[in-house]
Design a protein around this ligand. Sequence first.
Ligand code: PLP
Length: 638
Amino acid sequence: ESLYKIDAWGAPYFTVNSSGNITLRPYGQSTLAHQEIDLLKIVKKVSDPKSTGGLGLQLPLIVRLPDVLKDRLESLQSAFDFAIQSQGYEARYQGVFPVKCNQDRFVVEDIVKFGSPFRFGLEAGSKPELLLAMSCLCKGNPEALLVCNGFKDVEYISLALLARKLALNTVIVLEQEEELDLVIDISKKLCVQPVIGVRAKLRTRHSGHFGSTSGEKGKFGLTTIQILRVVKKLEQAGMLDCFQLLHFHIGSQIPTTALLSDGVGEAAQIYCELVRLGANMQVIDIGGGLGIDYDGSKSADSDISVAYSLDEYASAVVQAIRYVCDRKNVKHPVLCSESGRAIVSHHSILIFEAVSASVPNTPAMNPLGLQYLVEGLTEDGRSDYAKLTAAAMSGEFETCLFYADQLKQRCIEQFKDGSLGIEQLATVDGLCDFVAKEIGATNPVRTYHVNLSIFTSIPDFWGIGQLFPIVPIHRLGERPAVKGILSDLTCDSDGKIDKFIGGDSCLPLHELEGGVSGGGGVPGRYYLGMFLGGAYEEALGGVHNLFGGPSVVRVAQSDGPHSFAVTRAMPGPSCGDVLRVMQHEPELMFETLKHRAEEYCGQENGNGDGDTDDDDHGMADNSALASSLAQSFHNMPY
Ligand code: PLP
């Protein structure tokens, strides 16, 4: 457990039980001991068709925990409520969830439902996101904000204005100055009074990987000069009272509260200036950036950790805004944040299985082979071999290794010039492995083959090298005997994980039960989980190698000790589904292949001696072939 630092990155949602399995604590801190759920039991239940109520879903599998989502939302809200109350701040916190972090229908619907008591809203960055946010918020709190960010064209702005007509509390946040003319024109045409916000480009810069959108040269937002022009134009149009919100986004994974306070303080100054210039300011929207401690190190020096808690984050925001507003005698604004990662990361776990592991080299040390090898060696080679043997006798291990390696290099040269056979080359490899093993100089890193596509399921690892905690979900009471890297099932050399939290290039793993693939045994089930991947990963993944996405189940804690209910189950896309994504037509493909089968199998049977039995077999073979082909389109790609 401590080997994988589960308590550091997993608290308060994940821990390990006395059976050595990862246990879920769906209500975070408030989870009672009898409410904990064994993750392995969920995996077995949903993947085994024979277990009671088993669903027979294939792995990889996403296990979603709506209770965790609820706990995250409530924890964020209460962190701000506490900071507001304890610092005497005179307005409320009212957050929005940026749907780009996870657009899954049930995730967004859950957030709207769980956040309704405290007016939690949504942020959209494109037209489809706006459509989904509009429809979900119809069932939400009417005061919940619908923040419209992103680049906007006529259609986007018209849709956002329509949302206001539908009594959704919509704010159009200008990301480019040109959007303002469109907003003024279209709102007049549609006779809708818009609520307008501006995204400011701050001078404060976040220098980590996720901070490239911040600073004066950042990709998004309006400069000071542009903001002043917006004020003037709105004044001229008689619409300055529509300008009500100031937004900024320092970047994701803000490392420290010092940087946060700096950025928020700068934005609060802009906010107060806008009040002075006559805008009807109500809300300050501090964007995303509330970070996740993926490795549990609480360090400000890496992109995968942050040096503050939820409470410290909220406290820093409230303090920075209150300080500036009080000095300028400005009414405290409603506080909005667009925290994505911090809300959804914990609620979903990606489970996959090691289906095989590479076979460790077993030194082939038969004396006949050695004799044959020595006979083929050059003078120098024989001398190396003699020195190796002498060093072994006198226990000089370093010298052994040196001569073993030198001998091997000589043998490779000899093989290349054709003076040594392949069996002799294999013998020298075996000899070197034997020497390394005997003197304990080797603990070879194995390759564990895992049934997923990294491109589809962990795209940020492949794209930006982001690390997530990956651990076996069972056998945690046993000391792992080997170290391994994880290789996925795609035919792509980038499809491997060879960097893990803590900076390690391999992961401690357990031997597969029943032997390893290729070693003659049937591998035992060995499940691994990738945690904290509920944000961004699901939306970014593509269909590289035509591997589809995972199966998904929603799991809730239910009555009875340690019991749970699967409230929804969705198998992953089939081969037919992923082919359709690339414009293929699986039905037509099946017909083509079926005709081909009839043609070829028919021919084979027709070549016979006219024996009717053979023809019957042909018919049976054909229909078996057709149904096996049809099944292939329905199967999952892995
Ligand atoms: N708001 C905006 C404008 C963003 O660009 C992002 C993501 O980078 C977010 C919110 C969500 O950020 P986070 O996931 O760090 O909370």
